[in-house]
Design a protein around this ligand. Structure first.
Ligand code: TXA
Ligand code: MG
Length: 329
């Protein structure tokens, strides 16, 4: 099968049959690959938590084929939700709204709200349209690990017996922007490719991620998430240069992710791996998780990441780097 052209109609049929049977299916979205389950089937949802090793209080994101289905899942569709849906769906935006009665605790982690998005990837859209109902899908990785942006990453996470639809490399590469519309003032819960500025163009002021209560309101969630196994540090340019000199002197194995050119020391230091990262935020975001996965396999003792710019278009990358890092200078 062609890796980019992706799933055939028979694959889509198999995925829908599996979902109807209460089984899990991994599928591509434009952000990251998701681990999908029928959102109306509590036993199927419990399999998602078990497979990921995820605490049962940590809510899932509901994926729909189109915004017209919203009313089946939420208690009300406020004008802000309508405006965001019209502007950004299908696309990498998740909105949190009060749940409708009958929406399962297994989907919402027991909360009275539900997080919903309409993904843009053609394979996700084909599955959702053919299934005809909502599919709950967290990122298709074990709890706390880096999200998968290629089908092979999903197979690494779950080597056994999971149907994985092939959809090539995810175009966005980071999880969706999440905005809560539960309170009078919208609040950014997770930065993503759609920036806070873009949201504000449509619905006015949006409270910042990082403001009190802005982290997903779930017990047990920690800052360290989306993390490789190798310790990661994010450093400014001069701290990075110093760390490299020290590591080279000790012969310590180090991988560096930087948007800059490799310094002279990397040519003379066999234990130093220099990974040149893209200049633009969207390109950096698209490659970030695949790069972390690859560097994680090099057997180095540390991954050092040069700090990225402060601009709003880097918010999502900066957020994921800080979560991957043991220390964030
Ligand atoms: O891009 C994405 O959103 C991907 C793809 C597969 O669509 N999915 C994804 O799901 O990133 P997951 O489970 O890895 O992340 C779900 C996030 C968690 O941080 C969770 O706490 C938050 O959504 N969330 C879900 N329901 C929520 C709710 N009712 N209130 C607040 N946060 C919620
Ligand atoms: Mg996740």
């Amino acid at each position: 099968m062609n890796a980019v052209a992706g799933a055939s109609p028979a694959d889509i049929d198999a995925a829908v049959a599996a979902l109807r049977a209460g089984e899990l299916v991994a599928f591509p979205t434009e952000t990251v690959y998701g681990l999908g389950a029928d959102a109306r089937n509590p036993a199927a949802l419990r399999k998602v938590y078990a497979m990921k090793g995820r605490p049962s209080t940590h809510p899932l994101i509901l994926h729909l084929a189109d915004a017209a289905q919203l009313s089946q899942w939420v208690a009300a569709v406020p004008p802000a939700a309508q405006a965001l849906a019209a502007r950004f769906w299908p696309g990498p935006l998740t909105v949190v709204l009060p749940r409708a009665s009958g929406v399962l605790d297994e989907l919402t982690g027991g909360q009275d709200s539900v997080a919903i998005r309409v993904p843009a990837h053609p394979i996700a859209r084909a599955v959702l349209a053919a299934f005809g109902s909502g599919v709950a899908a967290p990122s298709a990785n074990r709890y706390g690990r880096v999200s998968p942006t290629r089908a092979e990453h999903v197979r690494e996470e779950f080597p056994q017996g999971l149907l994985v639809l092939e959809g090539g490399e995810c175009a966005v590469g980071l999880e969706s922007t999440i905005v809560s519309l539960l309170d009078a003032e919208p609040r950014l819960l997770r930065p993503g490719a759609i920036t806070r500025a873009q949201l504000e163009d449509v619905i006015g002021p949006v409270l910042e991620a990082g403001a009190p209560g802005a982290a997903p309101r779930v017990p047990g969630s920690t800052a360290q998430h989306y993390a490789p196994q190798t310790p990661v540090s994010v450093l400014g340019t001069s701290d990075l240069a110093r760390a490299l000199t020290d590591a080279a002197a000790r012969g310590e194995g180090i991988a560096v992710m930087s948007r800059g050119a490799a310094p002279a020391i990397s040519a003379t230091s066999p234990t130093l791996h220099w990974e040149h990262m893209p200049q633009s935020a969207p390109d950096y975001a698209r490659l970030l998780y695949a790069t972390l996965r690859r560097l994680d396999k090099l057997g180095v003792s540390r991954i050092l990441i040069e700090r990225v710019p402060a601009g709003i278009e880097w918010d999502a990358v900066r957020d994921r780097l800080s979560r991957a890092a043991a220390t964030f200078a």
